[in-house]
Design a protein around this ligand. Structure first.
Ligand code: GSH
Length: 211
């Protein structure tokens, strides 16, 4: 398999974690999102993903998957061990709820394209953009903090899709200097995950394209 990735992309970070947890080997194609106007806009990559975003995963069959949650659920369906979603429907819904707060509520408001649009098209000052960024992370993290249950990870004693989404969002929050003192459960789950080799290997700073 070939993963189209960018070291700092939190959506690609989610897929790297999932591939590592499943023990699946993959090669990486680094797509620099800012250099030379962004390699995601070059024809070589638009042929891979017309949405011009990472991640994309090319399978051995030649099929190309996009959207991190769709990719991760595909990996979980085709390589069930270790499971990233619990078998019990109620527990599954709770795991997905945390994952979706990150992937559907926080990240779409704060990703690179949105921040660039606020700056370049709407002419906001950097301080206003930082305020925007912090606001949506804190809003989402307030909810997640209340949803985290007892156990080392976000949803109990096993790693789930909730952790796979949460850890990259915590990385981003730290990079953008969001204070995390109000979120001890999130910080603890993040620390527990990062002790696992699958998470450690997926860290942005451990990628071949890291700067
Ligand atoms: N919902 C998508 C989000 C993908 C996304 O927005 N990726 C960002 C990087 S985290 C990207 O490729 N941005 C392209 C750009 O900034 O032009 C997913 O989960 O895969």
């Amino acid at each position: 398999m070939k993963l189209y990735t960018y070291f700092r992309s939190s959506a690609a970070y989610r897929v790297r974690i999932a591939l590592n947890l499943k023990g699946l080997p993959y090669e990486m194609a680094a797509i620099h999102l800012t250099k030379d106007g962004g390699y995601q806009r070059k024809p070589e990559f638009t042929a891979v993903n017309a949405q011009m975003r990472v991640p994309a995963l090319k399978l051995a069959s030649g099929d190309i998957l996009t959207q991190s949650l769709a990719i991760i659920e595909y990996l979980d369906d085709t390589h069930p061990e270790p499971p990233l979603l619990p078998a019990d429907p109620l527990a599954r819904a709770k795991v997905r709820a945390i994952a979706q707060i990150v992937a559907c509520d926080i990240h779409p408001l704060n990703n690179l394209l949105v921040l660039q649009y606020l700056k370049r098209q709407l002419k906001h000052e950097q301080v206003e953009i930082d305020t925007w960024y912090h606001h949506w992370v804190i809003e989402g993290f307030n909810a997640i903090e209340a949803m985290i249950t007892a156990g080392s990870y976000a949803c109990g004693a096993s790693v789930t899709l909730a952790d796979v989404c949460l850890v990259p969002q915590v990385f981003n929050a730290r990079r953008l200097k969001v204070p995390l003192d109000a979120f001890p459960k999130i910080v603890a789950a993040d620390a527990a995950c990062l002790k696992l080799p699958a998470f450690d290997k997926a860290r942005p700073e451990n990628q071949p394209d890291a700067e």
